[in-house]
Design a protein around this ligand. Sequence first.
Ligand code: DER
Length: 228
Amino acid sequence: EQLAREKQLAADAALRWVRDGMVLGLGSGSTAACFIVALGKAVREQGLRVQGTATSRASEKLALEAGIPLLEPRRGLRFDLTVDGADELDAHLRLVKGGGGALLREKVLATASDYLLIVADSSKAVAQLGRFPLPLEVVPFALPWVLDAVAALGGAPVLRMSKEAPAEPVKSDQENLLVDCHFEVIAEPEQLVAQLQNIPGIVEQGLFLGLARAAVVAKGESVQVLRP
Ligand code: DER
């Protein structure tokens, strides 16, 4: 339907940023998945020569199936371009990410990239961040104190449970827990990042500030390129 069409449009448009010989960061989530599939097609059908590293085990599997040559993490490895999705993006291209639980590896690769390109359907562009619950990756031992500290910040934290087995908490690729924080409005993202970084046991948080260089946002049948 419309949303899936917009994801596909954004993903196809992102191919315009890809050059032969590039080393790519491969994002996670449904829109990034559309990009990985489209990239694989270009590799197989046009002989595009690229290599990539994935931001999740799920994306790694998809990339392998798509025939994209993969690189293992190594010292000095940098990415010419990382293409990833987002759960929210504001006018400054500040992002909330982690809806798919891959925020840690996503931020590691985004930080090791020369260019982070976001691909999104129109529902992701917001005037103010925060309506989408902010994901945290949390070390299991620290969970009770993290929940207390986030609640004290007004974050209404909720441990993310598995959809398949609702009694089981979701585990990240690193075997950590995921906590979704319902701040509702995040008026000062930079300040909130500083507060979260003071809470031990939070391994990573889903605010991506100053990382995205551009966003390809599809609306209806058209695509917009947003820059900070
Ligand atoms: O977790 C993430 O940040 C992913 O990029 C994901 O949440 C993006 O959402 P999508 O599945 O709608 O692309």
